[in-house]
Write a protein that binds this ligand. Structure first.
Ligand code: CO8
Length: 269
């Protein structure tokens, strides 16, 4: 697989899934600038392979090394030696990473074990959805540092949970345990431990890998494009994406297979 090697990330393919492990356990996997850079390079590489039609995997899982933490936030120690411009650049670099993940034509699942605080919660929110282990803790504790979310949390948290819950969490900095995260819709599933968490995420990617690749990419892109649009504008996006899907060889195969009562074999075009 031509995805390169990264000092702060471990890559492993399991079935159709690429598991990306953020590997700085000594700092609870905090997003040092080097991690942001590595995540950016990897995301660009995946996007380029997608453009060339050479997808090595059908989905990405992002997790954190060890059992204790997914990502404990931006690196506060590093941030403490930055001036305002450097900190703003750091935030913008992470914005490019999160937008790059959202633009990938394959699903990205956050597998959250332990702490997902500040930038960790924000990274998870840029994934298509979140699975969590029972020891997961989510929060936007920036107010404790005299800061505000800077990696997209104030934008994406109100879209994932209700605006009122997002405001409460951002203004109090309160941590949410896995059961509450499930109840408020922040996570889709809670698994017993990290092994079960990764197994569940891989199984979901395997299931999606049996579907038409063009349809999966099209549906994700359409939902991204609809964010912030009026109902009328969003329905136009849906019509365009439906027409594009209808014209794919995947769709011809999917419809013919249904009518012939056989399993579809999608060409991925
Ligand atoms: N950055 C750097 N190092 C960290 C971080 C972090 N975010 N979190 C933990 N560490 C380090 C600790 O300093 C410690 O290192 P050492 O052993 O060298 O002292 C090691 O990880 C272990 O941590 P603790 O000893 O603190 O472990 P505990 O089990 O006692 O506590 C906690 C775990 C509760 C997670 C605690 O570590 C903590 O509160 N961490 C900080 C959480 C936090 O506030 N995160 C938000 C950061 S701000 C942010 O993410 C904003 C993003 C936007 C930035 C945009 C810029 C424009």
């Amino acid at each position: 697989m031509q995805l390169g090697t990264y000092a702060t990330l471990e890559l492993e393919t399991r079935g159709a899934a690429l598991i990306v492990t953020i590997n700085r356990p000594e700092a609870l996997n905090a997003l040092a600038a080097a991690v942001v850079e590595d995540l950016g390079s990897l995301t660009r590489k995946l996007a380029a392979l997608g453009r060339d039609g050479e997808w090595p995997v059908r989905g990405v899982i992002i997790t954190g090394a060890g059992e204790k933490s997914f990502v404990a936030g931006a690196d506060i120690v590093e941030m403490n030696s930055m001036n305002a411009q450097a900190a703003t650049d750091y935030g913008r670099a992470m914005h490019r990473v999160t937008q790059g993940l959202e633009a990938l034509p394959i699903p990205v699942i956050a597998a959250v074990n332990g702490f997902a605080l500040g930038g960790g919660c924000e990274l998870a929110l840029a994934c298509d959805w979140i699975y969590a282990s029972a020891n997961a803790r989510f929060g936007q504790p920036e107010v404790n540092l005299g800061l505000v979310p800077g990696f997209g949390g104030a934008v994406r948290l109100p879209r994932r949970v209700s605006p009122g819950i997002a405001r409460e969490l951002i203004l109090t900095g309160r941590q949410v345990k896995a059961d509450e995260a499930l109840r408020i819709g922040l996570v889709n599933r809670v698994l017993e431990d990290k092994a079960a968490l990764l197994d569940a995420a891989v199984a979901t990617i395997e299931e999606i890998a049996t579907k038409a690749p063009t349809a999966v990419a099209n549906a994700k892109a359409a939902m991204e494009a609809m964010v912030g649009l009026s109902t009328a504008e969003a329905l136009e996006v849906e019509s365009d994406s439906f027409r594009a899907a209808f014209l794919t060889e995947d769709s011809v195969e999917g419809r013919e297979a249904f009518v012939s009562k056989r399993a579809a074999v999608f060409p991925g075009r």
